[in-house]
Design a protein around this ligand. Structure first.
Ligand code: ATP
Length: 432
């Protein structure tokens, strides 16, 4: 007899199979018991009728199975049109493998701290399960998208010797006799990769010792950071919108059940697959905000209220282009139309989810970068290598960073970004 997974049920209708499962819930009435089962690949229902099994098995199903008991069921797969999973198993044998103590997570409402303390178990519940499957799909789609567009995957180091944007947001690590920091972005190394391989992207964890406790910030989060040689900002923005639309289309095609489980309708995602996304300048954004009665002036950075207000003016993600130099990173080149500004764009998600991508052209002028490094107090010892990228055959290049969990919290409509990573790390959360 074949051993299958729940996800393989559609190919085995009418066959008797074995499946290793956990119990999530059960109800029984007289001669029949309904077991809600999961096996990691999916969820479905098991039905045990008193007449189909021996007395001991039926009694065990009714009394010895507690939430999260693990067992192997043998039975026949049938279609179940009433369930969103579409299939069920009519059980004729059941063998308990691991008993479960009284399971702390039940059907009642739990407080968020309780759930985060039990994250290792909470991950077994339906919503986190669906969210982790969506996360996995987005990483896979990322690799496919960049592969199709001629990018090479490239890994930036996580331990770094210096801090391009100041040390206040960095985690300090004792590296033998030296100070080291956990990387807050793979970008600078990605630029070296682009000069070697043309178009690269990094995908990995980044770290920021942000003391802010917002629903959009964690201290450890994943970034996808493409860097492209021979590429100007306009082309980079086209790649960004194509990438976002591709991720969304792939979720619509491959994760409709998971989307439904987290409360995101496929219909509501479809408009975001239509390109182009609108583009406005930072100056236009300031005007819009001022007209809307918000207290901002040229030179201010946008926080969550401003980003939400701007995004609400559009029904798609929107690019905000060319910010003032004073609020952007040192490597961004001057905007030829306004020397106070740099060539860059942030992509804001609609529906109040804020910035999902930050991108820019990278200056390829040796003198400019050397002077900016000096201005920012970044030493030759630590950044000489970054200078070298401009010294030996510098070319126009651009790149961007997409926060994986920011993107995910938008497409899965989660109130807090922590739902979209297996074990969130935040100001007050290092365990489990
Ligand atoms: P914000 O202003 O929203 O804090 P940022 O300007 O510091 O973001 P970048 O340095 O441009 O962000 O980082 C690129 C992307 O990484 C952002 O667009 C966002 O999607 C994501 N990101 C940045 N900081 C965090 C964080 N603390 N937690 C999760 N994602 C983040």
């Amino acid at each position: 007899m074949e051993t299958i997974t729940i996800s393989q049920a559609p190919q085995h209708v009418g066959e008797t199979v074995k499946i290793g499962v956990w119990l999530t819930d059960k109800r029984s009435s007289g001669k029949i018991a309904f077991l809600q089962l999961r096996d990691g690949s999916g969820f479905f229902q098991g039905i045990i009728r008193k007449n189909d099994v021996d007395e001991a098995t039926f009694e065990a199903a009714k009394h010895d199975l507690h939430p999260e008991t693990s067992f192997v069921v043998t039975g026949e797969i049938a279609e179940d049109k009433r369930s969103k999973f579409g299939y069920e198993i009519h059980i004729n044998d059941l063998e308990i493998v691991g008993q479960s103590d009284e399971y702390p997570i039940g059907n009642k409402e739990h407080g968020i701290d309780f759930l985060l303390d039990h994250r290792h178990l909470w991950l077994r519940s339906r919503k986190p399960w669906a969210l982790m499957r969506i996360r996995s799909q987005v990483k896979l789609s990322t690799m496919e998208f960049f592969d199709k567009h001629g990018f090479t995957q490239f890994d930036a180091p996580i331990l770094t010797s210096s801090a391009p944007e100041g040390t206040t947001e960095l985690f300090n690590v004792d590296y033998f006799d030296e100070d080291a920091y956990l990387s807050q972005s793979g970008q600078l190394y990605g630029e070296a990769g682009a000069m070697a391989l043309g178009r690269i992207y990094t995908m990995g964890p980044t770290f920021r010792a942000e003391k802010s406790k917002t629903r959009r910030h964690m201290t450890e989060f994943w970034m996808i950071e493409p860097e492209m040689a021979w590429c100007h900002e306009e082309e980079s923005e086209e790649i960004q919108e194509q990438y976002v639309a591709y991720l969304i289309q792939d979720l619509i095609d491959k994760c409709p059940t998971e989307l439904e489980m987290v409360g995101r309708s496929v219909e509501s995602l479809k408009p975001f697959t239509e390109l182009p996304y609108p583009r406005i300048t930072y100056k236009e954004a300031i005007e819009m905000l001022q007209k809307g009665g918000m207290d901002v002036k040229y030179g201010d950075d946008f926080g969550a209220p401003e980003e939400t207000f701007l995004a609400d003016q559009f029904n798609k993600p929107v690019f905000i282009k060319n910010y003032p130099r004073s609020i952007k990173a040192f490597y961004m080149p001057t905007d030829p139309e306004d020397a106070q500004q740099v060539i860059c764009a942030d992509l804001l998600a609609p529906e109040g989810y804020g910035e999902i991508i930050g991108g820019s052209e990278r200056s390829y002028d040796y003198e400019y970068i050397t002077s900016k490094l000096e201005e920012n107090g970044l030493s030759k010892e630590d950044y000489g290598w970054y200078d070298d990228l401009r010294k030996y055959g510098s070319v126009p290049h651009s790149g961007f960073g997409m926060g994986l969990e920011r993107f995910l919290s938008w497409v899965t409509l989660q109130d807090h970004i922590r739902e979209n990573i297996p074990f969130p790390r935040m100001l007050n959360r290092l365990r489990p």
